[in-house]
Design a protein around this ligand. Structure first.
Ligand code: URA
Ligand code: CA
Length: 431
């Protein structure tokens, strides 16, 4: 087989075979296919797109390019959740204990954040002593014992995707639905899930800014998942403003604890119930959405979900007392209130810019080498639709720097206030 023929076939809009797609993925991963041919091929895909079958082959070939986690020693249906990312998205910390408390095994492989705030691993490491460097054997044993464990992402997960993503980044081929969908799904497959629930974000703070694009991405991922034999479903959720109120690692752990106690922000709580219901259905632990929801609500109300979060923390070396006393989490030295400059209604909270404001305080990494300040971040006091008076607090900065003028200015510039009353954006969009 010659790569030039495969490129030409895709360029001309023909459908590729499994062998042709595997030839490309394997050859590019082992270095026998050069960047210039891979670049031309990616651009051909960008314009000609791919059928669901082709996307399935591409996803599987990338999933098989490196380590694959075998979760077959864990009893039950292993359901994974994936979010396409947003600002202050604390859902994993809440969902994992919530669905595990309903009997669904949660074998969670998580990454660190490169972006405005930390990833799930960074957030968990805000709990003193918590460690995620456990062996695969320990990981599996812990899921069988406790129903829940979190492990750091293996260094050799989907090397084909890593290499291709880097190339896409410099060849203007990132924003191709078949390429994004297969990239995300390849990592989920390699992480061993039997079933996958996707949270596709939409809006200003999301990777996909429009509902139309978000729907297309959700459809493509659901089709791939089902094509390769994993029960896959998706929710499209709003990221036109940050989710919940807290943005920052320790602050989000505290918010997760409050949500597990049933005292969390409304939007964050609702999204966790919606995603959790889909996970229970996929795991055959519930017959209907209502049944699933009432199971989730009951483990929230009776404290079982929060206790399980404590068990997870204990099992992985952290201090479980934080669930009773979140003050044990790292605390920033200063709290600075950000006042509104005018009166009216909050009409927009640019999630990306709020993320940048948090990053400037030290809550996220600008480069891979940066060290995160786990204590710092932002707690919003207002969300879209809330009324606000001049001088009233829009947000509280938690910071270890006395001077946080640049973050204050970003928030004041990007939390818009209008005179007319504004409707709260809907949290969940139907597929
Ligand atoms: N996230 C991914 O993992 N892959 C993409 O291609 C885009 C976003
Ligand atoms: Ca949050």
């Amino acid at each position: 087989m010659r790569m030039v023929d495969v490129i030409q076939k895709k360029r001309d809009g023909e459908e590729l075979t499994k062998e042709e797609i595997e030839f490309f993925v394997n050859g590019y991963t082992d270095g026998s296919i050069p960047d210039y041919q891979a670049s031309a091929f990616l651009m051909a895909i960008y314009f000609q797109k791919m059928t669901t079958e082709e996307q399935g082959y591409l996803t599987l070939a990338m999933a098989e390019s490196g380590d694959q986690i075998d979760l077959s020693a864990i009893e039950g249906v292993k359901v994974d959740k994936h979010s396409t990312g947003g600002v202050g998205d604390t859902t994993t910390l809440i969902l994992a204990p919530l669905v595990a408390a309903c009997g669904v095994p949660v074998a969670k492989m998580s990454g660190r954040g490169l972006g405005h705030t930390g990833g799930t691993l960074d957030k968990l490491e805000a709990i003193e002593g918590f460690h995620v460097e456990i062996s695969t054997e320990q990981f599996i044993e812990q899921v069988n014992d406790l129903k829940i464990a979190v492990i750091g992402q293996s260094g050799n997960l989907t090397p084909a995707d890593k290499k291709l993503y880097a190339l896409r980044d410099v060849t203007a081929t990132v924003d191709s639905i078949p390429l994004i969908a297969s990239s995300i799904m390849s990592k989920k497959l390699a992480a061993g899930a039997d079933a996958i629930v996707l949270d596709v974000k939409t809006g200003a703070g999301a990777f996909m800014k429009t509902l139309e694009d978000s729907k297309q991405l959700a459809d493509a991922m659901v089709a791939i998942g089902n094509e390769v034999g994993r029960n896959t479903s998706a929710v499209i959720s709003d990221m036109s403003q940050p989710l919940g109120l807290a943005i920052g690692n320790a602050l989000e752990v505290k918010e997760a604890i409050e949500t597990l106690q049933g005292n969390g922000p409304e939007d964050l709580t609702e999204l966790c119930l919606v995603l959790g219901s889909k996970m229970l259905l996929a795991a055959n632990k519930a017959e209907t959405e209502e049944d699933a929801r009432s199971q989730l609500q009951s483990v929230m109300e009776n404290g079982e979900a929060l206790n399980l979060f404590g068990e997870l923390i204990r099992a992985q070396g952290g201090n479980p007392e934080v669930i009773k006393n979140p003050e044990l989490l790292p605390q920033a030295e200063y709290q600075i209130e950000v006042p509104a400059k005018t009166s009216g209604y909050v009409s927009e909270i640019d999630a990306d810019e709020v993320g940048v404001a948090a990053m400037l305080l030290g809550a996220g990494r600008a480069t891979k080498e940066d060290v995160i300040d786990l204590a710092v971040g932002i707690v919003l006091q207002k969300k879209i639709g809330d009324s606000v008076k001049e001088g009233e607090t829009l947000a509280i900065l938690h910071t270890n720097k006395k001077n946080a003028e640049d973050s204050i200015k970003l928030l004041q510039d990007h939390i818009s206030i209008t005179k007319e009353k504004i409707q709260t954006p809907s949290l969940i969009h139907t597929l």
